[in-house]
Design a protein around this ligand. Structure first.
Ligand code: F42
Length: 145
């Protein structure tokens, strides 16, 4: 069931612009960061209830995706983290494909597995980890039945 509601672009212009470019070109433009693939996560605003869209690195096992709330190693979690915690029903655009998922925060061995996959995709995640005392949340997105 696709997420419905009013899309509220990020106040961060570069985020809003990348989302617009990605969606308009199906990821042909705005679909990479330093040559690594990017996806667009859609969440429901925890406070606004509006549709929010966030570019994130693409981490996948082919069926499921992981999203890493690194925010560059900032001391605080990103807003989209709070959105998922309030409502785990999300959608994710990978290129031209948009699907619905249920996000599940992972810990322990499962987190270690996905973290290793994430670092393989985007090695800077390790730098972000060293920059903060925050335990960087990792969510696995399971396809909605
Ligand atoms: N960020 C990551 O954390 N992980 C990544 O893997 C990642 C990859 C990536 C690749 C390309 C790129 O261009 C950016 C990338 N980023 C990555 C940065 C990411 O796109 C976000 O900018 C960053 O994670 C911060 O997320 P954020 O949700 O805090 O976004 C800010 C900039 C934002 O959009 N704020 C909105 C605004 O208008 O100011 C509000 C967003 C929102 O959801 N508001 C909630 C609501 O209710 O509407 C309120 C939530 C609350 O609890 O207050």
């Amino acid at each position: 069931m696709p997420m419905t509601g009013q899309y509220e672009p990020s106040r961060a212009d570069w985020v809003a612009q990348q989302v617009e470019l990605y969606e308009r070109t199906g990821g042909a433009e705005g679909g990479t960061l330093q040559g690594r693939p990017v996806v667009i996560l859609t969440t429901r605003g925890a406070k606004s209830g509006k549709i929010r869209k966030t570019p994130l690195m693409r981490v996948t096992d082919g069926t499921r995706y992981a999203v890493v709330a690194s925010q560059g190693g900032a001391p605080t979690n990103p807003f989209w983290f709070h959105n998922i915690m309030a409502d785990p029903h999300v959608s994710l655009r990978d290129g031209t494909v948009v699907r619905d998922y249920v996000a599940r925060r992972v810990e322990g061995e499962e987190r270690r597995k996905w973290w290793a996959m994430a670092v393989e995709t985007w090695p800077d995640y390790e730098e972000y980890r060293k920059r903060t005392d925050r335990d960087i949340p990792v969510f696995v997105l399971e396809p909605s039945s």
